[in-house]
Design a protein around this ligand. Structure first.
Ligand SMILES: *[C@@H]1O[C@H](CO)[C@@H](O)[C@H](O)[C@H]1NC(C)=O
Ligand SMILES: *[C@@H]1O[C@H](CO)[C@@H](O)[C@H](O)[C@H]1NC(C)=O
Ligand SMILES: *[C@@H]1O[C@H](CO)[C@@H](O)[C@H](O)[C@H]1NC(C)=O
Ligand SMILES: *[C@@H]1O[C@H](CO)[C@@H](O)[C@H](O)[C@H]1NC(C)=O
Ligand SMILES: *[C@@H]1O[C@H](CO)[C@@H](O)[C@H](O)[C@H]1NC(C)=O
Ligand SMILES: *[C@@H]1O[C@H](CO)[C@@H](O)[C@H](O)[C@H]1NC(C)=O
Length: 316
């Protein structure tokens, strides 16, 4: 899927406001600025930074600071800081703020307290359509330029140990024998405190688990798929299991999932888990993505009988 830049309609047309006066907690944003150290250019770039107002003052540096919002992951910080450096090279002042764990792009655009958010995952942002189309308080400035991939992964040692089982291809999971390689449903790790995002809805998450119909029968034989939080790609993985009929339940492990996956891999266990790239985790760990059928919802929209609904997990 493409990741998006979201900017308020007022980017660069900057009214006067003082960001220090904003009650950031109202927007699920930390009340401190988190700028990268200034990028000190050895050769100043003439142009914007030297542009003058009629009274001789500098045009860009006389504007109020531009507020960029980063979310708490590496690529979001990377793109936000790259934008900070570009704007500073143009002479603008910049304030970087960071969303808390509960942050979803929303009210800050209505109240104009943030100008630009650099990396938006459409699959995790139910408010995106409202912000950019229905209410139109923000403008999507298009794809960031790198793709985000959400999908399932197995440790690479499973591929090398069992080369004929093709754990890296989704259709292999229709082989009934495959299930026996994974932890049986209900036997995997559990969180001490249930996730607040596990809402008890049987179509989403009950007691930390999603159990598709094919795994609810008396004789069902299902393995367990480990995931993070039901609010990541909301309901997409559940619907993927429904649609494919694959015999897996989902065990939601919150932010502890990474540590739990690493411990299981240290013990050379066979596991199937949800993850995504780009992240340092998927780059560095010896894991292999399971190839799922590609789905670009906009590409096949016209042929879909359930227009507007995403049926499969958007993975490339
Ligand atoms: C800031 O917003 C939070 C959350 O809405 C609220 O509880 C708090 O009272 C506000 N603080 C001020 C100083 O208005
Ligand atoms: C740029 O210069 C400032 C002031 O000398 C310094 O505080 C800052 O750390 C420098 N930034 C970098 C990235 O070296
Ligand atoms: C759009 O978001 C605003 C602010 O959160 C909300 O009041 C409104 O009901 C939403 N509209 C739709 C169609 O979801
Ligand atoms: C799931 O398990 C049931 C019961 O063992 C079996 O009948 C069915 O074929 C399995 N489905 C898949 C997709 O493997
Ligand atoms: C997450 O792991 C830590 C360290 O093992 C543990 O103390 C904590 O209780 C776990 N959190 C939950 C919600 O299980
Ligand atoms: C939820 O899970 C816990 C731990 O496995 C179990 O003890 C409890 O009975 C479950 N509750 C329900 C309502 O299924």
């Amino acid at each position: 899927m493409n990741l998006y830049l979201l900017g308020s309609a007022y980017v660069l047309i900057l009214a006067s406001f003082v960001s220090a006066d904003v009650n950031w907690s109202k927007y699920n944003i930390y009340p401190v600025f988190a700028n990268a150290p200034k990028c000190n250019l050895t050769t100043p770039i003439p142009g914007w930074s030297t542009l003058k107002n009629a009274d001789g003052t500098l045009f860009t540096s006389s504007k109020r600071p531009i507020v960029l919002l980063a979310q708490q992951w590496d690529s979001s910080f990377l793109t936000t800081y790259a934008m900070q450096f570009l704007l500073e090279a143009m002479g603008y002042r910049v304030n970087v703020v960071v969303g808390t764990d509960n942050f979803t792009p929303s009210r800050e655009f209505y109240d104009n307290v943030v100008d630009l958010e650099l990396e938006i995952w459409p699959s995790d942002t139910p408010t995106l359509k409202n912000l950019t189309k229905t209410d139109g308080v923000a403008v999507s400035m298009g794809a960031v330029g790198y793709s985000g991939n959400v999908g399932f992964y197995v440790p690479t040692y499973m591929i090398t140990k069992y080369p004929t089982l093709n754990f890296d291809f989704w259709r292999s999971y229709y082989n009934p024998q495959i299930i026996s390689y994974f932890p049986p449903m209900g036997t995997g790790p559990k969180l001490d405190t249930p996730l607040s995002t596990c809402n008890g809805d049987p179509t989403s998450c009950v007691n930390g688990t999603y159990t598709p119909l094919q795994c609810r029968g008396y004789k069902s034989n299902c393995g367990e798929l480990w995931a993070y939080d039901p609010s990541y790609s909301p309901d997409m993985v559940q619907r993927l299991l429904d649609g494919s009929g694959l015999n897996f339940t989902i065990n939601f492990l919150g932010s502890n999932a990474t540590q739990i996956i690493l411990s299981a891999m240290a013990a050379k266990k066979n596991i199937l888990f949800y993850n995504w790239s780009p992240t340092a985790f998927t780059s560095v760990q010896p894991i292999t993505r399971v190839l799922l059928p590609g789905n670009n919802p906009s590409e096949y929209y016209k042929f879909s009988t359930s227009k507007g609904k995403t049926i499969d997990l958007t993975v490339y």
